[in-house]
Structure formats: C-alpha cells, structure tokens
Design a protein around this ligand. Sequence first.
Ligand code: NI
Length: 379
Amino acid sequence: MLQISKDIIQKITEEFYWLHRHPELSYQEVGTTARLRAALARAGVRVLEVPLKTGLVAEIGTGEAPVVGLRADIDALPVTEQTGLAYASEKPGVMHACGHDFHMTSVLGAALYLKQHEKELQGTVRIVFQPAEEAPGGARDVLATHALDDVQALFGLHTSPLFPVGTVGVSAGAVTASVDKFVLRFTGKGTHAAHPERGVDPIVMASSFVLAVQSIISRNIDPAHRDLVSITRFTSGNTWNVIPAVAELEGTVRCLDNADRALIEKRLRELADGQAKSFGGSVEVAWTAGPPATDNTPHWSDCAREVAAAQGLTVAAAPVSLAGEDFAYYQTTLPGCFVLVGTGKSPANHNPAFRVDPAALGPAAAYLAALAMQALIRI
Ligand code: NI
C-alpha cells in the first residue's frame, strides 16, 4: 500500500483551500495555472512547453516510454456559492461547484509523491492540468498540443457525493454520456388567434414534435441501451390573442452508446421535418455535437479496481450518469479509465451547496500515484 507523507497531504490541503477560494471560469484559469506551476516548480517537477493559454502539462520519470498520464480539469462554474464554508469562494458568481479543485489537488499530491520517488519509476508519468472542461473543449485543446501522443494509458477522476470518503467507483465502458445540443426553429404563419385557419400555427407544430420525439428512444433504440432526448426550452409568442409565426425548441441528446448518436440525430431531424411539413410549416435544425460517451477499457478498469483494493479503498461500480465529461475526447484515441472518487455526502455537483470533504484528498492522491506506478508496469 502506497502512503503519501503528512507533509504532502498538508500542502495539497492548503492548495485545495486556496483554489476553492479563487475559482476561475473556463479558459480564464490564469491564477489557477500560475498556482499549480509554482507548486510543481517548488517540487522540481518539469513543466513541458506546450501551447496552452491556461492549464499545463508536466512530466515525472525517465522521460521515456512507457508513458502513462493523470488528468485533472481545473475550471470552475458560474454558480454563487452557498456552502457557508470558511474557505468559500471569494469571487461572487464563480464557484468550484464540480470539485475540480479536488481533482487538481489530488493529482498534484500524486505528482509530488511521484517526484519524491522518481528513481523508482519505470517510465514516464505525464500530468495534465486541463482547462475548460465545462466549456467544454479543453480536452481537445490539450490533444491538439500533441503532448499526449505517446501516452499509452490515461486516467482521470471525478468527485462523487454519492460515495463516502474511502470509496472508489470503477466501471468498464461508459460512465458518462455523449452530449449533443440542438435548437429547432419551427416556422409557420402568424395570424389572429380568432382566425387560425388563416395562418399556420407553429406552437401546435412544435408541440406535436415534442411528443413525437420521445418515440425515438422508445421505438427506434434497443430497449437495453441507455440514451435520452430532453426538450429543455420551448419559446414562442408574446401575447394571448396572436398566433405567432415562430416557435423555438432547445434540447439535448445523451447516449451511453456512441453508436446510437447518429441514429438519434437522423430520426430527430426526420421527425422535426415531417411534423413541420404535415402542418404546412418548415423547420431549421441547428446541431452542436459535444463530447462522446466515456469508454473505459476493460484492462485499465481492472487495473484501477485492483489498485484501489490494494490501497485499502472500497471498490464499487461507478454510478453511470447521462451527464457529459470531456475526458471522453481523450478516450477516442487513448485507452484508460475515468474513475469516481467518493468525496462524502453533499448536494449534487453544480449545486451552490456542493462540497467535498478534504479528508478525501490524501487517499485520492495516494491512489492516483499508485495507479500511475502500477499502470507503468502493466503496459
Ligand atoms: Ni466536473
């Protein structure tokens, strides 16, 4: 069992408090990056020259293959903190409400440990402090630097308020969903509310679509798959006696099965077009593709589980969520595993009262260091 020193635990706990007090939004993580860079520099960890405006990539070990990676995201959310914590955000309207401060400091703790034990490393550990997970897109920026081209296994973590401190959730396959966003603009013909026959009502058209779109999941998708379509905004009209010309819908498609993504988009477009035409109107579809579903490989999931058990942690299945996670971008080319780390009971991530128990930092840092060392052996 790998144990990290009290000194490292104290350091990363202090960093955690500081980072929690100073949250920064996606692509604005300038102070955060400087803080991480300084902590790594004090420990003598090499920071690589990569073209990132915020975030950084560092390296510990021989500088040669095999190469494994640990990734932490570093951005905060536009949320006003309501935890009442002594170290609460000092920036109004910005909060580490997803625990990325915990991700950074546990990975930092692993890096400090690995640096102390650099001579024992049988290869290289790349440390990735990634900007803009929430944007999302920071993962693609890191991939575009080619700093991870030679990485053979990449691990990432997320805080979980569903698990107590000392529990790690690991599952092979998808643990978070693909995220696509759409805006539909149904156009009819505006008219007097008392004379619907003289117009084309886009509200009826869009309403019909809202009901029809749920048939994609229930009728076109394998019932054993876990996907969803949600309409989250329906905007139309501005008064009681006018039928408007336009109705706008916005929503999201989430898939745990990346293969279902294209089918759902195709059927959604067909239904929107079909519904609009059947009422004598038309529709425009604006589609924005986000990250795919995460895809933990069986090999690295087994490794993540075994290392957790060896570290004396309780191993559970990862709770699957149809939320998105841009770690999935890495997994389109790099094998690895995205694990959930228990940070104690709390309101959900992104809630203004979300909190993590700092007592989880030490075990998480030790676990990540052990996982990196074990991964170097198992490549
Ligand atoms: Ni997050």
